[in-house]
Ligand binder design. Sequence first.
Ligand code: COA
Length: 194
Amino acid sequence: MTDLPQQPPTLTDGVVTLTQMSESDVEQLVVNCQDPAAVRWTTVPDPYDADAARWYLLEHAPEAWRAGTAFNWAVHDTDGHLLGTVELGRIRGTSADIGLNFGPHARGTGAALAACRLLMDYAFTTLGFTHLHWIAFDGNWASVKLSWKLGFGQPVFIPGYLEQRGEIRDCWLATIRATDSRELAYEWRVPASS
Ligand SMILES: CC(C)(COP(=O)(O)OP(=O)(O)OC[C@H]1O[C@@H](n2cnc3c(N)ncnc32)[C@H](O)[C@@H]1OP(=O)(O)O)[C@@H](O)C(=O)NCCC(=O)NCCS
């Protein structure tokens, strides 16, 4: 993998901007992480408060970046307001998982799609990742659908793949390679749970 910058570089398409997290993101991050969809579909702590947000934004994310264990960005709109967060995590050599959480105000706007495209470009082109994986808890069809829009392959069902707050959860796992085209890889339909 390429030499890493010491902090997240700013990546933008002129509409969404991936940037280093800061204190100004705390208030909206609390809203985003308290949202029922975030509690249901991610591993954010529950309950979630400003101290949890400060720890994630100001301690965990920068430390993980410096250690090379996870690469996290805040996603802002053109006014600098927090829409969500994106992460390359669970790094295994040149393979990593995409993690993301967008606030209710940002869903259905195309922001998550645009942010993931920027993240994937950077991961494949600059960081040298060869494979990215998308893992969604069974039933999180908004997430699986987003992976489909990004060109990930058909997801496979993996019973008991991840833990969420002490409980083992069934998951769908989709993959995209650096060499894949990013065209839609299959015809969309909600997968049949096993
Ligand atoms: C996952 C997430 C980033 C997707 O954001 P988004 O692309 O803006 O998408 P939305 O949440 O608006 O939903 C997108 C699509 O899923 C579809 N969808 C949502 N729930 C669905 C369901 N139960 N069955 C079928 N389709 C569903 C919507 O119809 C929509 O389709 P469209 O884009 O073709 O109109 C966002 O929903 C989010 O942050 N959720 C909370 C945290 C989370 O789940 N993170 C991902 C963990 S893997």
